[in-house]
Design a protein around this ligand. Structure first.
Ligand code: NAD
Length: 251
């Protein structure tokens, strides 16, 4: 088949659950071929099976594994048009006076080194093919403010937003767009274990009355990798029900 006629292909990390899984489902619905990469072999393989994607077990902090996942996308589908660097963990948590260096570094490896590696190997493949491409990095509203407790997470996500800008500038000449999404609080296993309690907490601070769902973020990621976003690069798009925009409540 002529390269131009093949369906577009994407690599989505953290595709076994939450925002990544919804992104895989949406891209498949829109005709994309997808490599679903995740550390969790059981949930990853099951999700890929259900959604018609190709599963690759990957630790996103491991350069060889990320390079192999990009290679699987090229070999299986003949192209890599998009990389969604989405896998994540909560990481080191607690008082800044108590966090161990190893836990801090591990948080940055999973949340920031991963994005660097996805950009490095994804963009290499895109440059070689010469067709351009799109990269989307899942950052967080935590990147936009401080927050006692998850300091490592907030700092790492802020790094992801700025890495997005730098990579976008460097790769624009090759027509490779690089953007980020900043989800607010989204109902996934990572963030919410009790929806009722979460809704009660958010009712005082998030203007939009409903909780955020993985599809709310996946829709924005799907837009950012599509041709409709042809002129959008270096941006971070916040998807948070107005959480960031809201001012203090006076009553
Ligand atoms: P989730 O736990 O539902 O999914 C995360 C997936 O990443 C899991 O399948 C997990 O196995 C995988 N993963 C974890 N470490 C990995 C590694 N080292 N290598 C490969 N895969 C790994 O979580 P989610 O809420 O869908 O999170 C997706 C992204 O969204 C993360 O980057 C997270 O920080 C970000 N985010 C989430 C929220 C939220 O409220 N849910 C808010 C802001 C940002």
């Amino acid at each position: 088949m002529d390269e131009q006629e093949r369906p577009r292909a994407a690599l989505v990390t953290g595709g076994a659950s939450g925002i990544g899984r919804s992104t895989v489902a949406l891209l498949r619905q829109r005709g994309w071929q997808v490599v679903l990469a995740d550390l969790n072999a059981a949930t990853g393989a099951a999700a890929a099976d259900e959604l018609g994607a190709t599963f690759v077990q990957v630790d996103v902090a491991d350069e060889g594994a990320v390079a192999r996942a990009v290679g699987v996308c090229t070999q299986t589908f003949g192209r890599v048009d998009a990389v969604v660097n989405n896998a994540g963990v909560g990481g080191a948590f607690g008082a800044i006076t108590e966090i161990e260096v190893a836990d801090w570094d591990e948080t940055f490896a999973v949340l920031v080194r991963s994005v660097f590696l996805g950009i490095k190997h994804g963009a290499r493949a895109m440059k070689e093919a010469g067709r351009g491409g799109a990269i989307v990095n899942t950052a967080s509203v935590a990147a936009l403010s401080g927050g006692a407790g998850p300091q490592a997470y907030s700092a790492a996500k802020a790094a992801v937003v700025n890495l997005t800008r730098s990579a976008a500038e460097e790769l624009a000449a090759d027509r490779i767009r690089v953007n980020a999404v900043n989800p607010g609080l989204i109902v996934t296993p990572l963030a919410v274990d009790d929806e009722e309690r979460t809704a009660a907490v958010l009712s005082g601070i998030q203007p939009w009355p409903d909780l955020g769902r993985p599809d709310d973020v996946a829709e924005v990621i799907a837009f950012l990798v599509s041709d409709a976003a042809r002129f959008v690069t270096g941006e971070d798009v916040t998807v948070d029900g107005g959480l960031r925009a809201a001012g203090p409540r006076m009553q």
